[in-house]
Design a protein around this ligand. Sequence first.
Ligand SMILES: Cc1cc2nc3c(=O)[nH]c(=O)nc-3n(C[C@H](O)[C@H](O)[C@H](O)COP(=O)(O)OP(=O)(O)OC[C@H]3O[C@@H](n4cnc5c(N)ncnc54)[C@H](O)[C@@H]3O)c2cc1C
Length: 427
Amino acid sequence: MTSPIENGRGSLNSKSLVQGHRFALSKIYDVAIVGAGIVGLATVLELTTRYPRLRIIVLDKEKQIANHQSGHNSGVIHSGVYYRPGSLKARFCVQGAADIVRFCESYKIPHAICGKLIVATAEDQRPALEELHRRAIANRVSGVRILGPEQLREFEPHATGVAALLVPGAGITAYRRVAEKFAELALAAGAEIVTESEVHAIRANNGDFLLETSSGEIQSRFFINCAGLHSDRIARMTGAQLPVRIIPFRGEYYQLSPEKSALVRSLIYPVPDPRFPFLGVHFTRRITGEVEAGPNAVLAMRREGYRKSDFSVEDVSDQLSFPGFWRMAAKYWKTGCAEMYRSFSKPAFVRALQTLIPEIGEADVVPGGSGVRAQAVDRTGALVDDFSFVIHGKALHVCNVPSPAATASLPIGRHIVQTAATHFGWN
Ligand SMILES: Cc1cc2nc3c(=O)[nH]c(=O)nc-3n(C[C@H](O)[C@H](O)[C@H](O)COP(=O)(O)OP(=O)(O)OC[C@H]3O[C@@H](n4cnc5c(N)ncnc54)[C@H](O)[C@@H]3O)c2cc1C
């Protein structure tokens, strides 16, 4: 499945990946990872670095690696402003941003530290902006400061607001390229990465896992689930009942016309609604130069539903049969309806953009691509905020790694390997 938004074009030589390979059962792996997104690939990279003698395989159902969330995101290197001090998100984002920048510098992956503004467009948003400032300081994000209306225009001459938080260390990159480099390094270190290999079922076999895939069966002693939008299903296949269900939220983008892209220098964000993990519709200058506006957050009717018309009976029944879904709907139906309206109404989407840049008109934006977020929702209907991982027997399941997990991918990979090492006795 491809969608118009991609974090840079694929550059990894596909011959270095095995596609649709059929497995010989004689080989038993030490670790099997499902999911060659940025999280699964950061994990295999860390595994090969720490345990070079392990036999490791990464399986992905798609032809290309990083084909879902990791290849359909905003490409922002977040700084760690938004997240609750002490949370995994806060710690891993701050560390991950520094790691990603160093990684991009080392491997000549396009990136830029362009800075970002979070703009309060009305007085009643000021307390929330100040809270973000406090969080940024608590999370040790360097250089953040509050700007007044004139100062903010020095950074973004076309933006308006009563105040803004300047985050000078925020940046942009192409996460697909980052993920491909992770894969290239892991392959060179001896790991196997097999695409077009969908895991359908998982059985126990003498204390090992037997994975039934579209390209044959493989056996592995340990198992790591990095399956993104399908991670709860993969967990169920191993007998683990995660306390959450993955609910897909589509994020739709518009693109600024080339004549109007000069209205945005770098990254302009609104003050987010603190009840939601989503950051609100923002302007992002991509590493390729064009400017995008979005993403919104619309409930998707299919886990990989990039288009409004995408619908899956299995995915929708999965949502409807989960009590947490109904509780979430009861809590947030008003916001959900407003997002849905904005999804179908270009004037409404543009009105949201005009609160940040009043000069933008309907003729200045054209529909862009989309991405689908894997958001874990618990049985109470709460959207799980922090990153979360569950150990079940000899398996580790990645339950919730939404944004800023691309920024935080290297620390997440290290955390997964450290958690596995501790629980599985690898040390
Ligand atoms: C619209 C959007 C904007 C975002 N913006 C940003 C941003 O600016 N900055 C940031 O840091 N983060 C951002 N994020 C978040 C970030 O992209 C994700 O958190 C991250 O990519 C998650 O990576 P992953 O490896 O867990 O998931 P994925 O990339 O989705 O990878 C999961 C993989 O598992 C595979 N898989 C699933 N089921 C099976 C199966 N049965 N058998 C085999 N393979 C399977 C899939 O094919 C897929 O490749 C954004 C996300 C979205 C959707």
